[in-house]
Design a protein around this ligand. Structure first.
Ligand code: FPP
Length: 255
C-alpha cells in the first residue's frame, strides 16, 4: 500500500488509507454528482458556478480512483430529464463538458484513463460530440481506469431501448425468445462489457436513485453523504470505500 501513502499527506487520510483492504477495492464505482446548485446558492453564486466547482471534485475523485486501482468509474453528468433546466444552465453544462475534455484529456491519457460515455449522445451539441469522439479515440487503448460519463442518460429509456433492439432481433430471427436471459439483456445496455457497480455514491443529502443505472444496481451497495458534490474529494471516496468494505454482500444468499 506504499503507493497509496504517497498520495496523501494529511495524517487522518493516511490513517484511513492504511485501513483499506487492497483485496476488496470495488471494481466499479458509480457516482451521482449532486448538490452543485445548492452549493452555489449557499454562496450567493449562480448555479453554474456550482457545476464549475464540481469539476475540481471530479478531478480529485478520478485521481484517487486511478491510484486505488478502481477499474470502472461511472459519473452521472446529464440525465434525460436535465433538458428541463433553463436553457442557460443546459448550455453552461455542455460548455463545461467541452472545456473539461479539451483541457484534461492529455493528463487523463497520461494516467492511462479510458474515456467512455453512456446515454444517447446524438442529442448533444456538435462541439461536445467532437470532444467526446477525440477523447475516446485518444484513450481507446488505455487499460487503467475506465471513466464512463453518463450524458443524456436515463435508466428507463436505456431499458426500453434494449427491449426494442432485442424485439427487432427476434423479429429478424437473429435470436430465439428462449435465448433471452439476464446476460443477453445486459449486453444490450449502454454498459455492455462493464461489470455492474459495486458501490453507488450519492452526495448532497438526497436519498434516491433518480433514474440512474436502474438495471445495473440490483446488487450494488449504496453510500450517501450530506456533503455537496463540489466539496467532495478523495477523502470522502476513501471513507465510502472503507464503509463498503465492511458490508456483507450476500446477493440474496446466506453468509
Ligand atoms: C447535479 O447537481 C449535477 C448535475 C446535473 C451536473 C453535474 C456536472 C458536473 C459535476 C460538471 C460537469 C461534468 C463533466 C463530466 C464535465 P444539481 O445541479 O442538481 O444540484 P442541486 O440539486 O443542488 O440543484
Amino acid at each position: 500500500m506504499d503507493f497509496l501513502k504517497r498520495l496523501f499527506t494529511k495524517e487522518d487520510i493516511r490513517k484511513n488509507l492504511e485501513r483499506i483492504d487492497p483485496e476488496k477495492i470495488p471494481k466499479h464505482i458509480a457516482i451521482i454528482m449532486d448538490g452543485n446548485g445548492r452549493w452555489a446558492t449557499k454562496r450567493s453564486l449562480p448555479r453554474t458556478a456550482g457545476h464549475k466547482a464540481g469539476i475540481e471534485a471530479l478531478r480529485d475523485v478520478i485521481k484517487t480512483c486511478s491510484n486505488l486501482r478502481v477499474q470502472y468509474l461511472t459519473l452521472y453528468a446529464f440525465s434525460t430529464e436535465n433538458w428541463k433546466r433553463p436553457e442557460e444552465e443546459v448550455s453552461a453544462l455542455m460548455n463545461l463538458l467541452v472545456y473539461y475534455l479539451r483541457n484534461e484529456i492529455q493528463e487523463l491519457n497520461e494516467n492511462n484513463v479510458r474515456i467512455n460515455t453512456i446515454g444517447d449522445i446524438s442529442k448533444l451539441p456538435q462541439a461536445a460530440l467532437v470532444e467526446i469522439e477525440a477523447a475516446q479515440k485518444l484513450t481507446r487503448e488505455n487499460d487503467g481506469l475506465t471513466v464512463s460519463i453518463a450524458l443524456n442518460y436515463g435508466g428507463r429509456l436505456e431499458i426500453v431501448n434494449a427491449i426494442k433492439e432485442i424485439c427487432r432481433k427476434v423479429k429478424n430471427q437473429e435470436i430465439e425468445i428462449e435465448e433471452i436471459d439476464e446476460r443477453l439483456f445486459s449486453d444490450h445496455l449502454y454498459t455492455r462489457g462493464i461489470p455492474d457497480p459495486d458501490l453507488v455514491i450519492r452526495p448532497s443529502g438526497e436519498l434516491r436513485i433518480s433514474n440512474f443505472l436502474l438495471w445495473q444496481i440490483a446488487y450494488s451497495e449504496f453510500w450517501f453523504s450530506k456533503i455537496f458534490w463540489p466539496d467532495f474529494n478523495g477523502k470522502y471516496l476513501v471513507d465510502a470505500i472503507l464503509d463498503y468494505q465492511e458490508r456483507d454482500r450476500r446477493y440474496g444468499g446466506t453468509k
